[in-house]
Design a protein around this ligand. Structure first.
Ligand SMILES: [Zn+2]
Length: 364
């Protein structure tokens, strides 16, 4: 099979986010792209981000790894990028899939500090440990990307989902808007996602434009969910108060979560196009069954308690407790990202596909 750079870059793109609630780690994209020790290839290569995604997938045992990637302007203008890489990078920057900053400075540990997410690093953050003491001695917050047989791997602990402390939570509970309304990170188009402000002398700033952000009110609460198919996390998504989401094989609503691509055999036949509706209200997260064949809630009072089965049908909303999981069909489960049922690990894919690492070496 011919190795298609475009396919790999598209696959990498699905793992990039500036929504802190979806992200699982923060990384300097330039560091990764310039890290030629990973494959011994060109001075800069965007494909190394694919090695990172695959390494994270293996480390977490997940297929739906999401990375908050920050890029400095230096990367976007690096003359050694191919024209295709430059074009793709420009699109990621323009669509707000990555955050672009004029100067990197402490931006990566700052985002991690505010959100509680881990950082991915290659050579640490020299000189920043005093400002961010957790950079020392917290292996679940500092993940190291190292070269390994056939690509790269991550050294470090198993990180927890984003959990901002009091200060971070207060900052992220507001809607922040850039004065430049076309800003890819804090502009009008990003109305439903929350990137992380850059703090300067206690003032939240747009990391891209270095202008103070406007406080546009309270952000509706949200809960981050995962889709698990046969024990592997295949997708993660955010349910926001006042914005119910339909999950199914192929929901009618454009904002619905389409899961058909992850299903095979029986599950593909038994799961309805519009299967369940998730609705976050003041009382908590509700699930309503919209399907032909019904939905089962595996109700747990604690992580290791054996679940009671509650059969849902007919659309009436059911209030989920935090440890409850929703089963659309055998092995197809929705759960809170921070309250995942035990999953058997394995079987996740690779964004690099069949791309041999040799393909990243310079053509001679
Ligand atoms: Zn801006």
């Amino acid at each position: 099979m011919r190795f298609e750079v475009t396919h790999v870059l598209d696959a990498i793109e699905r793992h990039l986010t500036t929504e802190f609630a979806l992200a699982q780690a923060v990384v300097d994209l330039g560091h990764v792209a310039w890290y030629d020790a990973l494959d011994g290839g060109r001075p800069v290569s965007l494909l190394r981000a694919g090695l990172l995604v695959d390494a994270m997938s293996r480390h977490l045992g997940e297929d739906a790894v999401m990375v908050y990637a920050v890029a400095s302007r230096d990367l976007l203008t690096d003359a050694d990028l191919t024209s295709k890489e430059r074009m793709v990078l420009g699109r990621w920057a323009g669509d707000g899939m990555i955050e672009v900053v004029p100067v990197m400075a402490d931006r990566v540990p700052e985002v991690a500090d505010i959100t509680g997410l881990p950082v991915i690093t290659m050579d640490g953050f020299p000189g920043l440990e005093r400002r961010y003491p957790w950079l020392r001695g917290q292996p679940e917050r500092v993940l190291q990307l190292v070269p390994a047989e056939g690509g790269a791997r991550i050294l470090g602990g198993h990180p927890a989902p984003a959990s901002p402390d009091g200060h971070g939570a207060a900052l992220l509970s507001r809607v922040w808007r850039c004065p430049r309304r076309d800003c890819p990170t804090f502009g009008d188009r990003r109305a439903t996602t929350q990137a992380v402000p850059r703090m300067r002398a206690a003032v939240p700033m747009c990391p891209r434009h270095d202008e103070p952000l406007v406080n546009s009110g309270v952000r509706p609460p949200s809960v981050t969910m995962v889709l698990i198919v046969d024990g592997v996390v295949r997708d993660r998504f955010v349910v926001r108060a006042g914005r119910p989401i339909i999950v199914g094989r192929s929901p009618d609503e454009p904002d619905g979560l389409m899961i058909g691509a992850y299903l095979g055999g029986n599950a593909a036949q038994m799961i309805s196009r519009n299967h369940v509706r998730l609705d976050l209200r003041d009382e908590g997260l509700f699930v309503g069954d919209l399907s032909t064949n019904g939905t089962v809630v595996r109700a747990r009072s604690a992580p290791y308690s054996s679940p009671d089965e509650v059969h849902l049908s007919g659309g009436a909303p059911y209030l989920l407790k935090p440890w409850d999981a929703v089963e659309l069909h055998n092995g197809v489960v929705l759960a809170r990202a921070d309250r995942m049922p035990n999953t058997s690990v394995g079987g996740y894919g690779s964004v690099m596909g069949d791309a041999p690492t040799i393909a990243m070496r310079p053509q001679v």
